[in-house]
Design a protein around this ligand. Structure first.
Ligand SMILES: *Cc1c(COP(=O)(O)O)cnc(C)c1O
Length: 375
């Protein structure tokens, strides 16, 4: 079976974990968390990066940080993971869903303004598959309407919009290091705080609502409860694993790029014949090659392709059930129509993509798709 996703070790993980034990610190914010945070701050030119227990928790922290209140509205795509919406729902806000663009499956920035009301507080662009949303346009709309921008860059670590890294463009960015993402620590994530004024509060909320960070830096002589917060610090054991992955960041990206290009090159002829559609990377985007997907011409063709690949021992998968069509949303909100989201989400197939996927297996997958399409 060619699995959809697989983990790999780079070889120093256990050494780093052992080192964390020997340093006598396996709880959060030790040596390895700091190494990861500083590496990303430097590499992505970000003001503040802090590891979190997950991408989901980075979003939860962001929602608390920007002061989302009951009754607020937050604009986001429906074609996303549930965590994008849950973070704001948990604070009592309503997710307002925006349709997506046909080319990159990202939020359609031309449809944002019509969704803005007096209750709107924030816009949450999701950089699907590691391909950037049109951030200049989104930032402009946000400025004009005095809204906060929280980038869900869970899939966008080390990808760019023009010359900026994803996650560093909005007021806040959220990364995921879940095992399915490009760089993994099992479960984990990070919050990127780009608004200087939010940094201190982000530290506090992440540390159970205490000013413990200031205390450890020696800036105050005792620490106390100063805000509402929770515990969003991952263990040093997880951070040690991530550190070994980040040390191999370029190598990981290069490998994924090669796989992406092999798929693309192999399937291009089918794309040209319009038998399927290949992913589009806009000129403003530099992808991190998080995903390789194809779009079939109908839901039926899509489902048949997945079954065919499964019979050939290839695990290919569809992706999000749009959130506005979910059981939870239907139970709580009025039916809305997002035609592009509804169409494209029913046509997508994601193909295996991971560091150790062999060229031989990519060739086999390409060949299988060609046989199925031309049968
Ligand atoms: C993976 C993902 C998340 C959640 O990240 P976790 O680390 O799994 O909690 C949120 N949003 C998007 C778009 C994701 O792909």
């Amino acid at each position: 079976m060619i699995q959809f996703n697989r983990q790999n070790l780079f070889g120093k993980e256990f050494e780093y974990i052992k080192d964390a034990y020997e340093n006598g610190k396996i709880s959060g914010d030790g040596k390895y968390t700091e190494l990861c945070n500083h590496f990303m701050e430097k590499r992505f030119d970000a003001k503040k990066v802090m590891l979190t227990t997950s991408g989901t928790h980075a979003l939860d922290l962001a929602a608390i940080l920007v002061g989302i209140q009951p009754g607020d509205e937050v604009i986001m795509p429906s074609y996303t993971f549930v965590s994008t919406a849950n973070a704001f729902l948990l604070r009592g806000a309503k997710p307002v869903f925006c349709d997506i663009r046909k080319d990159n499956l990202n939020m359609d920035e031309t449809k944002i303004e019509e969704l803005i009301t007096e209750k709107t507080k924030a816009i949450v662009p999701v950089h699907y598959a590691g391909v950037a949303c049109d951030m200049d346009k989104i930032t402009k709309i946000a400025k004009k309407n005095d809204l906060t921008v929280i980038e869900d860059a869970a899939q966008g670590v080390n990808a760019k919009y023009k010359d900026k890294y994803l996650g560093t463009i909005g007021d806040i960015g959220c990364y995921s290091f879940h095992e399915t993402k490009n760089y993994s620590m099992g479960e984990g994530g990070a919050i990127v705080v780009n608004d200087e004024e939010m940094i201190e509060r982000a530290e506090i909320i992440r540390e159970k609502g205490t000013n413990r960070k200031k205390f450890f830096r020696g800036e105050i002589d005792k620490y106390t409860w100063v805000e509402m917060g929770s515990s969003y610090l991952p263990s040093e054991i997880n951070a040690a694993v991530l550190w070994n992955q980040l040390e191999h960041m370029d190598e990981i990206q290069k490998k994924r790029k090669n796989i992406f290009e092999m798929y693309y090159g192999g399937l291009k002829v089918l794309g040209d014949e319009r038998k399927l559609r290949l992913p589009i990377i806009n000129d403003f985007a530099e992808s991190n090659f998080h995903m390789f997907y194809i779009l079939l011409n109908s839901e039926k063709e899509r489902n048949e392709m997945i079954s065919y690949l499964k019979k050939n021992d290839v695990q290919a998968v569809f992706h999000y059930i749009p959130l506005h069509l979910s059981e939870f949303y239907k139970r709580n909100f009025k039916r809305i129509y997002l035609p592009v989201t509804e169409d494209l989400s029913s046509q997508i197939v994601r193909l295996p993509m991971f560091f150790n996927l062999s060229k031989k297996n990519v060739s086999f997958i390409v060949k299988s798709i060609k046989i199925k399409i031309n049968e």
